[in-house]
Design a binder for this molecule. Structure first.
Ligand SMILES: *[C@@H]1O[C@H](CO)[C@@H](O)[C@H](O)[C@H]1NC(C)=O
Ligand SMILES: *[C@@H]1O[C@H](CO)[C@@H](O)[C@H](O)[C@H]1NC(C)=O
Ligand SMILES: *[C@@H]1O[C@H](CO)[C@@H](O)[C@H](O)[C@H]1NC(C)=O
Ligand SMILES: *[C@@H]1O[C@H](CO)[C@@H](O)[C@H](O)[C@H]1NC(C)=O
Length: 320
């Protein structure tokens, strides 16, 4: 029987379209369900360990960077911060500092990409092709039991360009999570970490391999030749993503001459002390993140290949 199964397999690689009977395998069903559960669990969220990222750069492993004053001025509502400083501490001659080395514990001004997932949106209909593949299935066995190995899962390769760099955090590397759209699978698109440089026309690639080899057993009847057949779906897509870059932290307003808190003085009529330097929390002046946010845009294309359902196809023998 072993001889006949192996010999049969080596000779049937391309026989599938001429199959006589298609037999869903009773033995496989529970095993397949278990595999599905494993897939669901693993795919709910894919973290670093499962990823093949290029490049993987420890130094650029960051969501936030120090923000310069010149770049802070590009945020949409920057002028409101200056107007607030005027109102509160006066219009005297002053400098704005993004940090103060004398107060290292005071949260310096940073620009950050989100900790939440950034979605990739499709910019056109996907171009997909589904084929029934047999080349993933290997068959071997004894005593009429054939053990078949197939590959299941998803691979993805993509190439993106920073088509519009964000005006804050320029030329710095950032790390964020992006989510690919769900293409031809019911599992939802993969979510991956990506490190990119916020520089106009910068290219980066994301590769993702979630292919798992599964083994199942089947009974081969006298005179039959069987093989595993699975659906392989390949799609080519175009997409875009907008990554928000948001500034947070404490600005120092440093006056040439001592001044005082006008708001506190006017409201509470408290005796005031005069200082050169005042802290200003940007989030208190501009509570909406959008007021402190600029965006970078990625554009790119990606190719996915997913191996889906499988079944055994047997030809010959007694088909009853
Ligand atoms: C693949 O196999 C399935 C099930 O046998 C069949 O319904 C489908 O038409 C096949 N598709 C192709 C592209 O051969
Ligand atoms: C089937 O066997 C071939 C040749 O030994 C090997 O290259 C291939 O990876 C095997 N496929 C699976 C799914 O194990
Ligand atoms: C398939 O059969 C082999 C040999 O009988 C056995 O060792 C193996 O555990 C079986 N695999 C599954 C998935 O049932
Ligand atoms: C700035 O103000 C916001 C909103 O009141 C607050 O949540 C945040 O903790 C403050 N940041 C610092 C560094 O004090």
């Amino acid at each position: 029987m072993l001889g006949s199964v192996i010999a049969a397999f080596s000779g049937i690689s391309f026989l599938v379209l001429a199959r006589v009977s298609t037999m869903p395998l009773p033995e496989i069903v529970p095993h397949q369900d278990v595999m599905r559960e494993i897939f669901e669990r693993d795919r709910a969220f894919v973290d670093d360990q499962n990823l093949f990222l290029e490049p993987r750069d420890a130094e650029s492993d960051s969501r936030c960077r120090d923000l310069t004053l010149a770049e802070a001025k590009t945020m949409p509502n920057w002028e409101e911060i200056l107007a607030y400083a005027d109102k509160r501490y006066g219009k005297g001659s002053r400098n704005i500092l993004m940090y103060d080395k004398h107060y290292p514990d005071v949260h310096p001004v940073k620009v950050c990409v989100p900790s939440q997932v950034v979605p990739i949106k499709l910019t056109g209909p996907p171009s997909c092709e589904t084929t029934n593949a047999t080349d993933g299935g290997n068959i071997s066995g004894t005593h009429g039991i054939a053990s078949i190995m197939i590959q299941q899962g998803l691979t993805l390769t993509s190439s993106f360009t920073v088509s519009n760099a964000a005006s804050m955090g320029l030329t710095n590397a950032f790390r964020t999570k992006i989510k690919f759209p769900d293409i031809g699978t019911t599992r939802g698109g993969p979510t991956v970490f990506v490190t990119f440089t916020n520089t106009q026309a910068e290219n980066f690639e994301i590769k993702f391999d979630d292919m798992v080899t599964t083994t199942f057993n089947m009974t081969v009847k006298e005179g039959q030749t069987c093989q595993a057949m699975e659906t392989v779906r390949s799609c080519t897509l175009q997409g875009t993503a907008e990554v928000p870059f948001t500034a947070t932290g404490i600005i120092w307003v440093q006056y040439d001459d001592r001044t005082y808190d006008h708001i506190e003085y006017n409201e509470k009529k408290k005796p005031h002390s005069k200082h050169y330097k005042f802290k200003l929390n940007m989030t208190e002046v501009l509570p909406e993140a959008a007021q402190r946010t600029v965006t970078a845009t990625f554009k790119g294309s990606f190719l996915t290949t997913s191996h889906g359902q499988y079944e055994a196809v047997c030809t010959g023998g007694d088909e009853s």
